[in-house]
Design a protein around this ligand. Structure first.
Ligand SMILES: C[S@@+](CC[C@H](N)C(=O)[O-])C[C@H]1O[C@@H](n2cnc3c(N)ncnc32)[C@H](O)[C@@H]1O
Length: 281
């Protein structure tokens, strides 16, 4: 499915503008400066196609003109589409499930309210998994738990807020949680489910760029989930973000990382507690 809102006919593929190597390198640098994402050489072909598509849909005659437009208009809506075209939003309910038993036990041991930040929340499966786990572990009161869910990609944040998923997406959700926390769609919504307000109300969604000079956050968290996102950043960027996470964790707080992310060598402020779970040292 094209990620762009512009319809592309299957039969009449648009003629995309030529992407010169210098333009591609410039775009990759702009993406890195704006998002922290490092695009490896093996992704250059994909990136060139994406760049050509964005230039075409933005109605600009050349890739150079497109990149000039972005650079001269730092607040343009096209930045959202540029970023969204390059982010990888793969996620799932109960992804890397060993974390959720750890989170439930940890949450039971903490003072209320328990607050968790999911800092790359994509289309919402991860923060809703956190909210269901916390609701199940900490009881029924809405005041007992809260989840802040943020992502740089405005399109996935908008999608996540709706809390609507296909039946296929909810396959990893335990049956008991499906029964308690989801509504089945009927009529035109048949084949879809929606997360119940009981859980949606526990989650606040917002756009947030992890490499922005400052974060508009004025609270501390019992836990931060930053999974499968640091892998796209270089080591200096990872270190800076980790330092900022440490200042936002309450004493004894936990940081959850993705399965292929290892922060042990990047900071002394975090101590490895278990499989990709760190505590403030
Ligand atoms: C592969 S998904 C991981 C989603 C989820 N954390 C998980 O593990 O299932 C990576 C997410 O990171 C987001 N992302 C990339 N760069 C970011 C940045 N600089 N700030 C915030 N989010 C970013 C992307 O938009 C994408 O939704």
């Amino acid at each position: 499915m094209p990620r762009d809102s512009t319809a592309v006919s299957y039969f009449a593929q648009p003629v995309l503008p030529q992407v010169e190597p210098a333009d591609l390198s410039r775009a990759i640098q702009m993406l890195h400066r704006h998002t922290g994402i490092v695009l490896g050489d093996h992704k250059r072909d994909m990136a060139a196609r994406t760049l050509g598509m964005r230039t075409h849909h933005a109605g600009l005659a050349s890739v150079r003109a497109y990149l000039d437009f972005l650079e001269h208009n730092p607040l343009a809506d096209e930045w959202d589409r540029f970023v969204s075209a390059f982010t990888i939003n793969h996620t799932a309910f109960f992804r890397e499930p060993h974390h959720f038993g750890i989170l439930a036990d940890f949450a039971r041991s903490r003072a209320r309210p328990v607050s968790v930040w999911c800092c790359a929340s994509s289309t919402g499966e991860e923060p809703y998994t956190l909210a269901m786990t916390l609701h199940d572990a900490c009881g029924q009161s809405e005041a007992a738990v809260s989840v802040l869910a943020t992502d740089i990609d405005a399109q996935v944040v908008a999608q996540a807020k709706k809390g609507v998923y296909t039946l296929d997406r909810i396959k990893p959700v335990p049956v008991e949680f499906l029964r308690r926390y989801f509504l089945r769609g009927a009529g035109r919504q048949a084949g879809m489910v929606r997360v119940k307000p009981l859980i949606r109300n526990l989650v606040t969604f917002d756009e947030l760029n992890l490499v922005a000079p400052s974060w508009p956050i004025n609270q501390k968290f019992d836990a931060i989930f930053c999974r499968n996102t640091m892998i796209y950043f270089d080591k200096p960027t990872q270190s800076k973000i980790l330092e900022r996470f440490v200042t936002l964790l309450k004493p004894g707080g936990l940081l959850f990382a993705g399965h292929s992310e290892n922060f042990t060598y990047l900071t002394k402020a975090l101590h490895l507690e278990g499989q990709t779970v760190y505590s403030v040292a």
